[in-house]
Design a protein around this ligand. Structure first.
Ligand SMILES: [Fe+2]
Length: 358
């Protein structure tokens, strides 16, 4: 069984922010997971709802824990708490997903917003009636139904982890099959944006330097903004250069074409998005969000965090504030990791050091 990435795979991870492991999971495990999910999908409805209990079913989480993926990550990244859960991501057939990919970095708030641009304060990029949407104490989960802030002091407004692992249960080789897509290589730029915010002593994440929390789309509707301004600008420049791939309408995005059983390992900081599934089959991917073990954090491995699925493991999965000892500041630790993402990859240190020297 594969236990490590080879040098060229590590180079891909370093340069592109992701690497694909072909045939990472054996065909029987894939077939079993796929038929289990299919057994829960309504047959004649367009909307496919996957029941939550599948996310912790060992036939699904086993795709990670019982395959080479667990081993490879332990070597390349380092130790991590048990993976208890995952995201079962099914895009129904003939689904345009709104037509425009919502490229983002994971960890942002995605709650309800006002419908019209005039309801957004152009100075703060928050709703004018903020309390109505964000709640009275917007550092807590409550009326806002989510996490606008990670810390009670509101200095960190984004959730994060170390790596996103995607496992394909069906072939996604032809474009238009709902491919996962990425802003290839922009992980370092995203890290720079976090660093710039921290170095200015500003909020890290939306509402911090050059990262408005809410933007207005071309139709005049407010949306939750999952990208710093600089990343959006670079994506726009790439898009303006025109089509790199025929019959792929988003030149800024690199489609990740996977066979059933392939896995992608991506950095948290790599912007990504699902894309429309124009084909006749459901697009089925399983996503795992894994954070390298933080020595000194007594909450590592607690079920409340839901490691494997949570994009905000400094809090409980449902937004609970966890208890931390005085010597462990989870928010400071997270900011350090966001501003130096390779620090969480033990097996990449040699390559990273060599690249930084050259
Ligand atoms: Fe995402």
């Amino acid at each position: 069984m594969k236990t490590d990435l080879d040098q060229s795979e590590k180079t891909r991870l370093y340069e592109d922010g992701y690497v694909i492991i072909r045939n990472a999971i054996d065909a029987d495990a894939i077939a079993q997971a796929k038929s289990l999910i299919e057994s829960f999908l309504p047959k004649d409805e367009r909307r496919l709802l996957v029941p939550g209990k599948l996310a912790t079913d060992e036939r699904i989480t086993g795709l990670f824990t019982e395959s080479c993926v667990q081993q490879v990550l332990e070597t390349v990244m380092g130790p991590f708490p048990p993976v208890l859960s995952c995201q079962v991501a099914v895009t129904p057939p003939f689904n345009k997903l709104g037509g425009v990919p919502g490229t983002h970095v994971d960890g942002g708030w995605s709650g309800e917003l006002p419908e019209h641009a005039e309801e957004i304060d152009p100075q703060t990029n928050r709703p004018i009636e903020a309390e109505r949407y964000f709640g009275k104490n917007d550092e807590r989960r409550g009326a806002n139904d989510g996490l606008l802030w990670m810390d009670p002091e509101r200095t960190l407004s984004y959730g994060s982890y170390t790596t996103l692992v995607g496992i394909a249960l069906n072939d996604q080789l032809e474009l238009g099959n709902g491919q996962f897509a990425v802003l290839k290589g922009l992980h370092e730029e995203v890290e720079d944006c976090f660093r710039e915010q921290r170095d200015k002593g500003d909020i890290v994440g939306p509402e911090g330097y050059e990262w408005p929390r809410i933007r207005i789309d071309k139709a005049g509707r407010p949306y939750n903004n999952g990208l710093p301004n600089r990343i959006r600008k670079i994506a726009g420049e790439r898009a303006a250069k025109g089509a790199a791939i025929e019959s792929w309408p988003w030149p800024e995005l690199t489609p990740i074409n996977l066979h059933a059983g392939d896995a992608i390992i991506a950095l948290h900081s790599l912007p990504h998005t699902p894309t429309p599934n124009l084909g006749p089959n459901p697009r089925m991917n399983i996503y795992f969000r894994v954070r390298r073990l933080r020595e000194g954090n007594p909450n590592e491995g607690t079920r409340r965090v839901a490691h494997g699925v949570s994009d905000h493991p400094d809090r409980g999965y449902f937004g609970q504030f966890l208890e931390y000892p005085e010597h462990h500041n989870p928010w400071a630790t997270t900011k350090d990791a966001l501003c130096d993402h390779w620090s969480e990859w033990d097996g990449m240190q040699e390559l990273v050091a060599a690249r930084r020297q050259s």
